[in-house]
Design a protein around this ligand. Structure first.
Ligand code: ADP
Length: 491
């Protein structure tokens, strides 16, 4: 791609805060760097805000709330459709911005951006079906259950899906009439600001969505402590999620926490190995394994282990790691140097305890890779519970293989984690599908499928993977509160 075109696209993204419909610098003009993980180069400087600007953003959202929540569902829905159209019209340019700051291949970036448009469209329609209830009162009174918005919603989002994590929070939140203060990830602020610039261009009313980039601790501190913020929705690490949970106790905030995962991927002996390998490679190398639903522990029945592993290694060796701008790239770099250090540490620990690397197992080197954070696609076998990788989320291109013999044994091992987000299993036995599906302690189960995320289905976890759901009717209802009215009208 033309270098000047890329530079122009990055140049055009506002690098400042968006509060009450105005672009503004952080206090004192403070800024932070944004790095391209494929080259290690600084590509932009964005405003570094703190407590004061966060309070301003909350005030703006609070001010916008009465009018926005006073619109009809149809009127707000129309805005969401307009936002979706704007995203679709700019998807290719937004994808370039995302690839430069996040690293994923352009086609994955564009697919993510389009999924955000689909999410806005879906919520635009679903809000029109947010029905309440009428209940016949025992003495003839009219008992009503109505839904209403919460008020100001704070959203804190991660870098792995810099656009979709915003739209999946913002779409249901504003569809039902809330207003939003968004704090995107410091690694990927440009995707968030570029989205906001689009919404500004189509004239979304001031204060409905506000963006504050900068000091995570200071911004998070104000967002959690302020009583005007009635909900916090967060996607990120379990460690930060627990902290925000505790910080929100004092103001009794409603919360949605979408935290880490450690997905089991179980291959039973009757599965179609070719399909499984194709699905597994597609799922694992999407965003280079930096996904909370990424298959992280691959359980393979002993009787098919040899064939499966051989086919998997050969498929993994076809994965092309490259700068995401390369149109042949199937995966890009990792986000930061410490992501590489974490993988090396897990692999060293496993190797020291008897595991064997079948492919990869080290950083990618060479002219095009040396300045970025690239890692070889890795298959490692002989994994046991003594190894850290069995219990720790990896967030990288590593496929650890564990063999099993019995259904009970693999279900127990799959559930042997504090996480409970996504899980997958492959079998054609209907009895086993029902039984394993029932017993897996996860919020989402892919049965002969890696697809667990749609605008119309609930996404979220159990145990330390968090609570609350995004997408689907359940996702929308996480952004409302219930009000009961007794209307006694008989004289
Ligand atoms: P990762 O380690 O993958 O970057 P984090 O959980 O640290 O995941 O980050 C997810 C989001 O949480 C980011 O927007 C980040 O800035 C934010 N964050 C990190 N620490 C805090 C904090 N103390 N308070 C509020 N937000 C935070």
């Amino acid at each position: 791609m033309d270098k000047t075109k890329i530079e122009t696209l990055i140049e055009e993204v506002p690098k400042v805060l968006f509060i009450n419909g105005q672009w503004q610098e952080a206090d004192g003009g403070k800024q932070t760097e944004v790095i391209n993980p494929a080259t290690g180069q600084v590509i932009a400087h964005v405003a570094n805000a703190g407590e004061k600007e966060t309070e301003q953003a909350i005030t703006a959202a609070e001010k916008a709330f009465p009018k926005w929540s006073g619109l009809t569902a149809d009127e707000r829905g129309a805005w969401l459709h307009k936002m979706a159209d704007a995203i679709r019209g700019a998807a290719k340019d937004l994808a370039v911005v995302m690839t430069i700051e996040q690293g994923k291949p352009l086609n994955q970036a564009e697919a993510e951006i389009l999924s955000g448009a689909a999410c806005l469209d879906w919520n635009a329609e679903e809000v029109k079906r947010l029905k309440g209830e009428t209940i016949p009162g025992p003495t003839g009174e009219l008992l009503l259950v109505q839904h209403e918005p919460l008020g100001v919603v704070a959203a804190i989002t991660p870098w792995n899906f810099p656009s979709a994590m915003i739209t999946r929070k913002m779409a249901p939140a504003i569809a039902v009439g809330n207003t939003v203060v968004l704090k995107p990830s410091p690694e990927t602020p440009l995707s968030a600001l570029a989205l906001m610039a689009l919404f500004d261009k189509i004239g979304l009313p001031a204060g409905v969505v506000n963006i504050v980039t900068g000091d995570a601790k200071a911004i998070g501190g104000v967002l959690t402590a302020d009583n005007r913020v009635r909900k916090l929705t967060f996607t990120g690490s379990t460690a930060v999620g627990k902290m925000l949970f505790a910080q929100s106790a004092d103001t009794v905030k409603k919360l949605s926490l979408e935290l880490g995962g450690h997905a089991p991927f179980i291959v039973f002996e009757d599965a179609n190995v070719d399909k499984v390998v194709a699905d597994l490679v597609a799922a694992k190398f999407r965003n280079n394994g930096q996904v909370c639903t990424s298959p992280n522990r691959i359980f393979v029945h002993e009787s098919i282990q040899a064939t499966f592993t051989e086919k998997l290694v050969s498929a993994v060796e076809q994965v092309k790691i490259a700068n995401g701008l390369d149109e042949n790239a199937s995966a890009g770099p990792l986000i930061r140097e410490d992501a590489i250090e974490k993988i090396d540490k897990q692999l060293d620990d496993a190797k020291g305890k008897g595991a064997k690397i079948l492919s990869g197992g080290e950083r990618l080197t060479g002219a095009e890779f040396d300045d970025g954070y690239f890692y070889k696609p890795t298959v490692i076998t002989g994994i046991t519970k003594e190894m850290a990788i069995f219990y720790e989320e990896t967030f990288g291109p590593v496929l650890p293989i564990i063999t099993f013999n019995e259904d009970d044994e693999v279900i127990e091992a799959a559930n042997d984690t504090l996480y409970g987000l996504a899980s997958y299993f492959y079998t054609n036995d209907i009895g086993r599908i029902a039984e394993v599906g029932r017993r897996l302690q996860y919020g989402m189960v892919g049965v002969n499928s890696i697809n667990i995320s749609y605008p119309q289905t609930p996404f979220g976890g159990v145990k330390h993977s968090g609570f609350g759901r995004e997408n689907g009717a359940q996702g929308l209802s996480d952004y409302i509160q219930v009000k009961f009215l007794n209307i006694t009208y008989k004289k």
